[in-house]
Design a protein around this ligand. Structure first.
Ligand code: ZN
Ligand code: ZN
Length: 345
């Protein structure tokens, strides 16, 4: 079968012929319905010197996956062949405290395991088939289309987790600021709309992204320039935001997230833009918590997919066949994708 593989660090991924995998004991073979193309793949492709990540090359890209159960290995019970499933992406040890709580994104044995999941050191979903090491990593889709579900496993789950940790701050009358209305940001707006009472202010450089944010349910969409913090102040009658979610993560956006929060607020950096922030006693309003998040938990993926099944959230997607996946990454790199690019084998 053809698979889009990363074969060398700091070089473009290649479409290669690889053997179709067979499920071993405990494993499940998935026929891939769709795999999302993520901004973090661009970091994976462009930014890392050899030896920096604990991943062995080559491996197949694609860490946002959904499809159908094709075959199961010995010892796997209770999974129906042909059942539509989403793949929970961060693959932990499954046994440590965090994994038992469903937070495999924060597995205590992550350093020892090395690879973070399919498409992140192990073979992912940019191929007709992928192996999943354990049935616990599969979430049933019911009547949800795998093409729609795939991007939700990361572009949806990551903002969902970031919002859930600040849910107590987002009641009626609160304000959430979303910085960056791309693949994750436009879903963050829909999730905020679905599960919180917050007024939603989106900040983005691009007119098209601001329009997508408004179409996704944002109350206000503000151009990302020097005046953005002042506009947020004005929209909140000088009070500031309860929660600011930064889906970009460069110096300027982290500074913006920190500055628009009111005392006791949360500034959460989700985007891996490589920015930094100069922390001092006076660089944040009092009791503002500045945190990063990584992905989300297994129970949260169940919750999120239920929101999608009930029609509360839907990713805006651009579908591309697998043989044109390299071009989709180039469009993503150039900032030309509206919503999420999804690769269909
Ligand atoms: Zn990702
Ligand atoms: Zn673990």
């Amino acid at each position: 079968m053809r698979a889009l593989q990363l074969t060398a660090w700091k070089s473009a991924p290649e479409l290669r012929e690889v053997p179709q995998p067979d499920p071993g004991p405990g494993q499940v073979l998935i026929r891939v319905g769709a795999a999302g193309a993520c901004h973090s793949d661009l970091h994976l492709i462009h930014d890392f010197e050899p030896g920096l990540l604990p991943y062995d090359l080559p491996f197949t890209l694609g860490h946002e996956n959904a499809g159908w159960v094709e075959a199961v290995g010995p010892g796997v019970e209770g999974l129906e062949i042909g059942a539509p499933v989403a793949v929970y992406g961060p693959w932990g040890c499954g046994r440590c405290w965090r994994c038992q709580q469903g937070n495999e994104n924060y597995c205590e044995r992550a350093a020892e395991i090395g690879a973070a999941g399919g498409g992140l050191g192990r073979d992912g979903g940019m191929a007709p088939y992928m192996l999943v090491p354990n049935a616990r990593l599969l979430v049933p889709l019911g009547d949800l289309d795998p093409v729609q579900a795939a991007p939700l496993t990361d572009a949806g789950l990551t903002p969902y987790h970031a919002i859930k940790r600040s849910l107590h701050l987002l009641g009626a009358g609160s304000t959430a600021v979303v910085i960056g209305a791309g693949g994750l940001g436009h879903l963050a707006v829909q999730i905020l709309r679905a599960i919180t009472g917050a007024r939603i202010i989106v900040v983005d450089l691009k007119e098209e992204a601001r329009q997508l944010a408004l179409d996704s349910g944002a109350d206000h969409a503000v151009p990302s320039d020097d005046s953005a913090a002042g506009v947020v102040r004005d929209l909140t009658r000088g009070v500031g935001a309860d929660v600011a979610l930064d889906f970009v993560g460069i110096d300027a956006t982290i500074a913006l997230a920190a500055s628009v929060c009111r005392p006791l607020g949360h500034a959460t950096v989700v985007g891996i833009g490589g920015g930094s922030f100069n922390f001092s006693f006076f660089s944040l309003p009092y009791e503002v918590s500045l945190a990063t998040t990584y992905w989300g938990s297994r129970p949260e993926l169940f919750e999120l997919l239920e929101l999608a099944r009930r029609g509360h959230i839907a990713a805006h997607i651009e579908q591309t066949p697998l043989d044109q996946a390299p071009a989709a990454y180039e469009r993503l790199h150039a900032g030309e994708v509206r919503g999420r690019a999804v690769i269909v084998p």
